[in-house]
Design a binder for this molecule. Structure first.
Ligand SMILES: O=C(CO)[C@H](O)[C@H](O)COP(=O)(O)O
Ligand SMILES: [Fe+2]
Length: 217
């Protein structure tokens, strides 16, 4: 079964605590928090104060996806705010190796993220340094986009590198995930699925979480 990390980007911001507790009760594995700076991606979302505000609301691991330029400026503050895992885009910094080291030094799990246009070959040397790799299955910046099917071969290639290298990192997918695309990703080797609009735009979010579990069982 794939692990599920609901993205609060599609939650009701005026009722965020309610929406976090709803998915927590439904039995998910992490909470995905999208941090956008208006430069790395053409959208703005939350900062570290949102992570700090959510920390006492749930015991779920907080999976923070940083879509910001030069994340090295902020990773310590996100760890201090309560992030359990911090994801940084390989495209967002000249110093990706250093940033991943900083995240672990700050006591959080380290994740490297690849955009749809970035080949897996670009992160091969980073694989010993990470707890999770996030393969973007949409162009980052917005919820509610369509899944990019060509990303499946990247997931598969990463899964093969994982086996060959004897690594135990998780492979996360993010963007356009529903019960059909979750199954495709799971079969290709993904172990964690982020889902935002599929869960939160539904009248029955708990049912959608169950549907993701059943589809990947
Ligand atoms: O990182 C993201 C966008 O950049 C979001 O996590 C992602 O898009 C989730 O939204 P949805 O499941 O609706 O596609
Ligand atoms: Fe995300």
């Amino acid at each position: 079964m794939i692990k599920i990390a609901p993205s609060i980007l599609s939650a009701d911001f005026a009722n965020l605590q309610r929406d976090v507790e709803l998915v927590d009760r439904a039995g998910v594995d992490a909470l995905h928090i999208d941090i956008m700076d208006g430069q790395f991606v053409p959208n703005l979302s939350f900062g570290m104060s949102m992570v700090a505000a959510l920390r006492p609301v749930t015991s779920l691991p907080l999976d923070c996806h940083l879509m910001i330029v030069e994340p090295e400026r902020f990773v310590q503050q996100f760890a201090q705010a309560g992030a359990d895992l911090i994801g940084v885009h390989v495209e967002s910094t000249h110093h990706i190796y250093h940033v991943l080291q900083l995240i672990r030094q700050a006591g959080a799990k380290a994740e490297v993220v690849v955009n749809p246009g970035t080949p897996i070959s670009q992160i091969v040397d980073l694989l010993p340094l990470v707890d999770q790799v996030l393969v973007m299955t949409v162009n980052p910046g917005f919820g509610g986009q369509h899944f990019l099917t060509p990303m499946l071969k990247k997931i598969h290639a990463l899964e093969q590198l994982k086996q060959q290298g004897g690594y135990d990192f998780d492979i996360e997918v993010d963007g356009g995930i529903n019960e059909k695309t979750a199954k495709l990703c799971y079969d290709a080797g993904a172990t964690v699925a982020v889902a935002g609009s599929y869960i939160y735009d539904s009248q029955e979010p708990e049912q959608r979480i169950q549907d993701l579990k059943v589809a990947t069982n």
